[in-house]
Design a protein around this ligand. Sequence first.
Ligand code: UDP
Ligand code: MG
Length: 309
Amino acid sequence: MKKLISIVVPCYNEENVLSLFFKEVNKVIKNIKDKNFEFVFVNDGSNDNTLNVIKKLSIKKKNIKYLSFSRNFGKEAAMYAGMKESNGEYIVIMDADLQDPPALLTEMVKTIDDGEYDVVATRRVSRKGEPLIRSFFARMFYKIINRLSDIDIVDGARDYRIMTRKVVDSILDCQEYNRFSKGLFSFVGFNTKWLEYENIKRVSGETKWSFFKLFRYAMEGIISFSTLPLSFASIFGIIICFISFIAIVFIVIRTLLFGDPVGGWPSMVCILLFVSGIQLLCMGIIGQYLAKTYLETKKRPIYIIKEKN
Ligand code: UDP
Ligand code: MG
């Protein structure tokens, strides 16, 4: 029997590109004759016509599943839901905006079918067409997170990948509420082959990622996969204790030798501000972790489905 491959597509306000996306992907999978395909479209609370476009497609073709969230839960939740609802032996995750070149599918399917790899993932080797400042911060982010955490996150890695059922099940087993898939993909391990391609601009519509959203996502990643920032407080504490010990010795000796000249309040104020700044910073870091822990303990659902077929 032919193996079934599920293509999971998270969609948020993609009415303009969906039909084109569907057409382009079909062109490619038509030529992969030894596999069956199903689409799992996840409408992530779009406020345009996305759901209707998906429904129309699903009337025309039988191999389309869709689920629609009660509101926008984010791409992470959409991917999770899509993987959960998929039945394929292999699962592909793919953006709706054709930034993930469908042409790569042929090679991805072939490679994973050979059996040596459990995951065939993609990364873009360039960030052409992206604002420079954004690329700069993205690069910094990868450097920082790889230093801080045990897992290895590849620069430019996309969510576009094909995985075996086993890999997907292990990802679904990570039931945390604060999901950072780039980290989870790496956390679950397995043999991964990387395919590379040049960055492609989105065919239509706009990216849903503002700079601020990306920044929050980056923080999420660091907090999810490293507890090292929590030890900043102790490190700062030790450094400051050490400095102040030297300062005390210095001041005692100076007073013994030269008497006690009054004054020095400006330096006092500087030290006070510096130390309280560090204290607030450390409290803030602890607060971030506390907040995430708080959200996790609530065990709220990762997504809520309003309707599906
Ligand atoms: N997406 C989603 N929920 C969101 C934001 C994005 O399901 O809250 C989907 C979106 O429809 C697209 C994919 O995630 O299929 C990637 O989004 P986008 O193209 O905006 O991100 P970028 O390619 O700029 O990283
Ligand atoms: Mg995109």
